[in-house]
Structure formats: C-alpha cells, structure tokens
Design a binder for this molecule. Structure first.
Ligand code: SF4
Ligand code: SF4
Length: 277
C-alpha cells in the first residue's frame, strides 16, 4: 500500500500546508490515512469505520503529541495526570483548528476528539471508545501496534497521544510502517498491576482484559492519579528516553510525585535526595 494512489500537486501542496500549520501548533507527528484502509485491514466492525459514519469522509489526518518520559515515569501521579489532561486539550484544540482551516478552504472536515467514552465509569461498563486513534495512526503509517495495544513509534515509543481530523479533501496517503517496532520484551506485561495482558504465542499484540484496565483507572481517579499508563512508561522503544541516558527521574522523585493526591498522602516520606543531603 502506501503512496500507490495518484495524487495531484494541489493535494500535495494542501498536505504541506496542513503539516506546517499543525507542527507550528505543537504537533510532533502527522500522517494521512485514506478511509479505505479501515476495510482493507479491518480490526474493528464496520460501524466504527469513518466512511460508515460520515459517508463523505475520504481521508483521516492523524496527529500526535508526545508525553514527556520524565513525567510519565512518575505514574500513577498528579504529575502524569496533569500532563495527560494538558496533552488531550492541546490535541483537541489543534484538531479543531486544522478542521476549521480545511472548512475555510472549502472542504468538509471535523475532528474526532481523543477519548470519546464519556467517563471512566462508562469505560468500566463498556471498555471501548467510539473511535480508535491508535488504529487511525496505524493506517496513517505512524507506527505499529505493540504488545501493549498502543501505537509504537520510532521517536516516542508508546509515549504519544493521538487525535484525528476527518475530511473529504484529497491528500497524499502516507506509507504504512512494514517493520514491527515491538521487540516483545514483555516489560509492559510485567509492569501491569492488573495482569491485564496475556501474551499470545506467535503474535505481537497480547490478549488484553480491558475491563481490568478500566477498573485500575477508576481506582486511580479517586486519588487524582488517573490514568495508569505504566505499560506506556515501561516500553523501551523510542528515542525520547535516550535523551535522559537512563536517568529521567530518581526513585525518590517518583515517590515524591506519587505522594500528592494519594489516599495515604504524607505517610510515605521519600528519603532525602542524595544531592541535598
Ligand atoms: S494502563 Fe495500567 S492497568 Fe491498563 S493495561 Fe496498562 S499497565 Fe495495565
Ligand atoms: S514494552 Fe516491550 S513488549 Fe511491550 S509494547 Fe513495548 S516493546 Fe512491545
């Protein structure tokens, strides 16, 4: 697949303008998926496919923003929780602007907000969202799905969140990533407090008990530590972690960040940091 579809120069120019605009608004990765890819490699029932919800849709522009590894390593914590919320807001705002830009250019366009399940209590009852940005990012050639059910990317590993703009604009599609990025190290499996993953022999993507995962999130929300994200933090794929050369945060620093909001807050006193003792 990939760049097999003939595209006009105008389409290529429009994609470039979208990219420039998105990157100037803080987006880190962007790819374009033709809606036909949902049917060519189906991972969900047709009621989830964009072309069956909005028949005019032609392409999905998927945009990602990184989660800083030095913050997500504190998870579950208020620090990661705030990062998660901020990233979500930025993504939605950016997607709104890109859709609006396309409207002004004369195209049909809108965005599918990130989570789309309402509240965590709804996710416990039905652990799925109205739209999978992970699948959209896969179809947009931004990475491959790892054992932990997230999209792995070369640059940011699992530590990137996605939003999607749906449009009828003609745009050059991005090539799919052919080489699997997941190395099956099972770090995500080991770190999960709910044992939600069961690796399957001969397959990359593990069986996942999404209900168990949702229950974990529900408990963390009471402590303002939602979401969990341990399986994302633990994944060794990505150039983002290399920047810290294995020292993104101290163990005492993790305890410090986890203390705030916790049910037993103030009771676990982090040991003095070596450079301050
Ligand atoms: S988010 Fe947490 S509970 Fe859910 S699968 Fe990942 S590690 Fe397990
Ligand atoms: S932690 Fe290891 S097994 Fe899990 S998704 Fe990342 S590379 Fe794959």
């Amino acid at each position: 697949m990939g760049e097999t579809k003939m595209v006009t120069t105008d389409a290529a120019k429009l994609k470039l303008r979208i990219k420039r605009k998105a990157f100037s608004l803080g987006i880190h990765m962007l790819g374009v998926a033709p809606v036909e890819r949902w049917a060519q490699d189906p991972h969900q029932t047709p009621d989830f496919w964009p072309q069956n919800i909005w028949p005019w849709s032609r392409n999905v522009i998927v945009m990602g923003m990184q989660l800083f590894p030095s913050m997500i390593e504190t998870t579950p914590s208020v620090v990661y929780s705030e990062l998660y919320n901020t990233t979500n807001q930025l993504l939605d705002h950016t997607a709104y602007r890109i859709a609006s830009f396309l409207n002004e250019e004369g195209y049909r366009a809108h965005f599918f907000p990130r989570d789309c399940y309402g509240d965590i209590s709804a996710l416990v009852k039905r652990p799925e969202a109205a739209f999978s940005h992970v699948l959209a990012a896969l179809y947009a050639g931004l990475g491959t799905v790892g054992m932990n059910h997230t999209l792995l990317t070369k640059k940011y590993g699992s530590r990137i969140r996605w939003v999607s703009v749906i449009t009828d604009a003609e745009l050059p599609p991005d090539k799919l990533v052919k080489t699997e990025l997941c190395i099956r190290c099972q770090a995500c499996v080991r770190v999960c407090p709910m044992q939600a993953f069961t690796p399957i022999e001969g397959q990359i993507v593990a069986k996942m008990d999404k209900h168990k995962c949702a229950l974990c999130h529900q408990n963390l929300k009471k402590e303002f530590h939602y979401p969990c994200g341990r399986c994302i933090a633990a994944c060794p794929i990505g150039e983002d972690k290399k920047r810290y050369r294995g020292k993104a945060i101290t163990p005492e620093g993790i305890l410090h960040c986890q203390d705030f909001g916790a049910a037993d807050a103030g009771q676990v006193k982090p040991k003095a940091l070596s450079h301050t003792s």
